[in-house]
Design a protein around this ligand. Structure first.
Ligand SMILES: Cc1cc2nc3c(=O)[nH]c(=O)nc-3n(C[C@H](O)[C@H](O)[C@H](O)COP(=O)(O)OP(=O)(O)OC[C@H]3O[C@@H](n4cnc5c(N)ncnc54)[C@H](O)[C@@H]3O)c2cc1C
Ligand code: FES
Ligand code: FES
Length: 485
């Protein structure tokens, strides 16, 4: 049995053997592990829920014979999730007494103020440095969207990023890349399921879909995780003991992307950042919503399968998937089902997933040229905030008459829900401002949303109806043809 988690830290392989009496549990977070070491205390805990970025570290992952670097919130990452990866903290950046270029730039631009947020900012800048040469201001802002500074020092940090990232990312990590690739390959050649069985937890990390489906059959009550950006909070915020876990994050079959004449299959294990990049050219509405999803650190961890799996009423991909008429592909060891996303969501965080099934992919059909889709997210902040109200609209109009319409809302009910009364009203009617104004009132009356810390019920109802007017204004009819503007 494979009982060990292995990763690279400080240029060497670290093995945590859970068959021995370890002081860590399988769900110890990488943040807590690092804080426990005497020489990696730069990483800080601010919130323990992915909101502040003080715990940001970089993960190095094998990409052929190269390493790709991603910034992640270490407070949300369980130790087995870094198996086969390199972990880089702020202590690793200095080389032979010389600061790393991103550290020097922070000094020169007066970007560093306190020791609490700075290590996290530095690690986000490091990942940016390794991934972008001369990034635009937008790319820099996105890279820093998951790091909070409460002293409003952002401008100088932005200057530091623009100053540092003006080359091809060369540094001492590039010099050591071949050596680290060798270590990572050494770890990754063993594809036996990792089984970490302790007194009160069983954590399984399979490396292929067949093994995962078998585990799912044998442990039907185990919690499935992929990015763990939802599930980790049950431990870090609610102190819940996560008993049995099946971690799907190392299964390559779940990270595939395929396009055919009918549409696109996205593996459930694709990170939302990867999905955002795939969708930029061909699925703009999906791209638009992913651009304002969490932060880069969150999108590097979170997956599309996890967003669908959580079935949250404010899950940001759900309205747009409904608008596309997407299907969820569910697989067990014995069979496969393709279920429409609307049928898949059964209630508040309740889904149609059977106890022996895993979401393996999501299918998004290619729509007819005449169908127009657009998504909107209303939140208190643009970055790193969950939706107060979100919506996705799909309409197709012929000779100014509505032939097909779908209006899906998040944040308005216990599930992501369509405004069916307003849809029925608009169908076969003229796509006109007058009719839209009637439909807006129907939307207002169709939902009875909650009041909570994010907004009063009344605010949500007004926002929801106004989003339809925004959609109407964002479309123009030219010679009878609808165009998004
Ligand atoms: C700081 C922060 C910001 C966030 N911002 C947003 C936001 O802007 N918009 C938003 O919608 N969400 C947001 N989230 C919530 C979360 O990141 C998303 O829901 C994310 O998509 C979850 O994906 P995951 O892979 O991390 O899921 P996990 O936590 O691993 O799993 C989530 C759920 O899905 C199930 N699941 C996972 N994979 C599968 C599978 N293959 N088959 C069946 N079930 C599966 C799990 O059992 C669990 O119930 C945020 C979270 C944090 C911590
Ligand atoms: S401690 Fe705040 S994001 Fe991790
Ligand atoms: S400088 Fe650290 S919180 Fe602002």
């Amino acid at each position: 049995m494979n009982n060990s988690v292995k990763f690279v830290l400080d240029d060497k392989i670290i093995e945590l053997d859970f068959s021995r009496d370890l002081k860590y549990k399988p769900t110890t977070t990488v943040l807590n592990y690092l804080r426990d070491l005497s020489d990696h205390k730069g990483v800080k805990e601010g919130c323990a829920e992915g909101d502040c970025g003080a715990c940001t570290v970089a993960l190095g992952e094998l990409d052929g014979n190269k390493i790709s670097y991603k910034a992640v919130d270490s407070c949300l990452v369980f130790l087995p999730m870094i198996h086969g990866k390199q972990i880089i903290t702020v202590e690793n950046l200095k080389n032979k007494g010389e600061l790393h270029p991103v550290q020097s730039a922070m000094v020169e631009c007066f970007g560093s103020q306190c020791g609490y947020c700075t290590p996290g900012f530095i690690m986000s800048l490091f990942a940016l440095y390794k991934n972008h040469n001369n990034p635009s201001k937008g790319i820099v802002e996105d890279a820093l969207s998951g790091n909070l500074c409460r002293c409003t020092g952002y401008q100088f940090i932005l200057y530091s990023a623009l100053m540092a990232c003006q080359n091809d990312g060369a540094d001492h990590f590039s010099e050591k890349e071949t050596q680290i690739v060798k270590l990572l390959k050494e770890i990754n050649k063993d594809k036996k399921t990792i089984s970490l069985i302790t007194n009160n937890q069983c954590y399984f990390k399979p490396f292929n879909l067949d093994d995962a489906l078998l585990l799912r059959k044998n442990y039907p009550d185990a919690i499935l995780i992929n990015g763990a950006s939802d599930i980790a909070l049950r431990q870090t915020k609610n102190n819940e003991l996560l008993k049995d876990i099946i971690d799907l994050s190392a299964i390559d079959e779940l990270k595939r992307f395929e396009e055919n004449d009918d549409g696109y299959y996205f593996g459930s294990g694709l990170s939302l950042e990867a999905l955002k990049n795939y969708s930029e050219k061909k699925l703009k509405p999906l791209y638009d919503i992913l651009k304002v999803f969490g932060s880069l650190q969150i999108r590097n961890l979170a997956t599309i399968g996890g967003n669908i799996g959580s079935a949250s009423p404010i899950g940001d991909t759900l309205p747009v998937l409904i608008a596309y008429g997407a299907k969820v592909i569910l697989q067990s060891a014995e069979s496969r089902r393709d279920v429409s996303i609307e049928e898949y969501i059964k209630g508040y965080r309740k889904t149609d997933l059977r106890k022996d099934e895993i979401i393996t992919s999501v299918f998004i059909p290619k729509l007819n040229e005449k169908s127009k889709i657009k998504t909107y997210k209303v939140s208190k902040r643009k970055d790193l905030d969950i939706s107060t109200v979100s919506s996705a609209f799909r309409v197709s109009v012929e000779n100014e008459i509505v032939k097909d319409i779908c209006m899906a809302y998040g944040g308005m009910a216990e599930i992501t829900k369509r405004a069916k009364t307003a849809e029925t009203y608009l169908l076969k009617k003229k796509w006109s401002r007058t009719n839209i104004e009637v439909a807006m009132e129907l939307i207002y009356n169709e939902f009875e949303p909650l009041s909570d810390a994010r907004a009063e019920s009344e605010f949500r109802r007004v926002a929801a109806k106004n989003l339809l007017m925004k959609f109407f204004n964002d479309l123009q009819i030219n010679n009878g043809i609808l165009k998004l503007v």
